[in-house]
Ligand binder design. Structure first.
Ligand SMILES: [Fe+2]
Length: 422
């Protein structure tokens, strides 16, 4: 194995296990090998996936350096197209580039994980399922990487509603490698959607020693633990999870900021007073308020500012998104216009008690929210907000419709309808 392969292997192992620092690993390799194209493209892609703007220095410089290298292989050209697509706002094109890598080489696990994460941000459930399943035959039963592919397939199967197959694939992946935090997480999703909250808590607790060191995903799995507690009606315990494991979130970790906002919003939806936690969280989000990398991030910023009662910053955020949408054509600009802004306005209206406006904004879009990104469980927060608004506005027909839609996804959850009073 040459030095490039060794560096890529190490970075990929870190990326797949949500541990360590793959960008640092690749940066170190580039110091002695400035023509290491996949080092540059992967640094650019990982930064973009982590929420860094496409025109920010770490992305721009990596792409510029890759562009200076001559004689790229076909694989390198496609990885570069993927990273460039993300950086330039063509997120759907980025996913296609990595799918093209896989068409040529189904065992390019780096391309698979990059495509999978991109499909997650696109809310592309069928791709989350089909792309890992399509390459699975390339990983024999004794291939140590097979579990990671199964873990990704498990998540995609869950997102498309095949909970039994998802659970089977996820449990198989975890049996192969209990440190596969993404597979642990995929099974947690199944347990969440099926309302198996006690099992969910037991599942996460039994594997806690394995997933808590996976620093990039640990807060998210704690968020799932919080959801199980909410499902059981143990709101104080869910808030205790927030205070123990989420409140200290690093402002650079956007997925963690999303989880922090989402857990507080869920608790408030159920009538809990979360005190000054919104005000503590808001400054961490504000550093990202003009980035507009993903509508999904922006709506969680708006949620936080609404929770904190900061109308000035919330107005500024909305105006900034409107400007961004007017001046850009990429994937995220379209999603921000069609879904992001209405959701943001609805969240703000909900916090002010204007439930009729929430209905006007969310009723037309609540059944087609997937492109806003994230998982069904994450987007459920928006659905719940509409259901509760409908209930509070006295629109029992809509409350019942929303509850029925929730039950289609959360088929075994005895509480799926409860907050809506139907
Ligand atoms: Fe999740």
């Amino acid at each position: 194995m040459d030095a490039r392969e060794a560096a890529l292997d190490k970075a990929l192992a870190e990326y797949l296990s949500w541990k360590g620092d793959p960008v640092a690993t690749l940066s170190a390799a580039l110091e002695s090998d400035p023509e290491f194209v996949l080092g540059y493209t992967t640094i650019a892609a990982l930064n973009c996936l982590g929420g860094v703007k496409g025109d920010a220095a770490p992305v721009r410089e990596a792409l510029a350096a890759a562009g200076k290298v001559t004689h790229l292989t076909a694989r390198e050209r496609l990885h570069l197209a993927g990273a460039k697509g993300w950086a330039e706002g063509d997120i759907a094109g980025a996913a296609q580039a990595w799918e093209q890598v896989l068409a040529a080489d189904p065992t390019d696990l780096l391309a698979l994980r990059l495509a999978h994460d991109t499909h997650f941000f696109l809310g592309a459930g069928e791709k989350l399922r089909d792309v890992p399943l399509s390459v699975l035959p390339g990983y024999a039963g004794n291939d140590s990487r097979r579990g990671f592919v199964l873990g990704m397939a498990a998540f995609g199967l869950e997102e498309t509603g095949d909970y039994a197959a998802a659970e089977q694939a996820g449990r198989e992946a975890v049996a192969l490698n209990p440190g596969d935090a993404w597979a642990v997480h995929a099974v947690a999703h199944v347990l969440e959607m099926e309302g198996r909250a006690e099992e969910g808590i037991a599942w996460l607790r039994a594997l806690e020693a394995h997933w808590t060191p996976a620093a990039m995903l640990a807060v998210h799995n704690w968020w799932h633990a919080g959801l199980f507690l909410i499902e059981l009606g143990e709101l104080d315990a869910a808030l205790a999870v927030y205070d123990s494991h989420i409140i200290a979130v690093d402002p650079a970790m956007i997925l963690d900021l999303v989880d922090a906002a989402a857990l507080l919003w869920r608790l408030e939806l159920l009538g809990m007073d979360v005190g000054d936690r919104w005000a503590q969280l808001a400054p961490k989000w504000l550093v990202h308020a003009e980035d507009h990398v993903l509508a999904f991030n922006d709506l969680h910023i708006a949620m936080t500012l609404a929770g904190a009662g900061d109308d000035t910053q919330a107005d500024a955020l909305e105006a900034s998104i409107e400007n961004y949408v007017a001046g850009h054509n990429g994937t995220n600009a379209g999603v921000s216009a069609a879904l992001g802004l209405p959701v943001i306005r609805a969240l703000r209206a909900f916090r002010k008690g204007d439930f009729a406006r929430v209905i006007v904004l969310l009723q037309p879009i609540y059944r087609r929210l997937a492109p806003v990104g994230g998982s069904n469980a994450q987007r459920d927060l928006i659905i719940q907000t509409l259901g509760i608004a409908a209930y509070k506005a006295g629109d029992s027909a809509l409350a019942r419709d929303v509850a029925t839609d929730r039950l289609k996804l959360k088929i075994g959850s005895p509480r799926a309808w409860a907050p809506f009073g139907v």
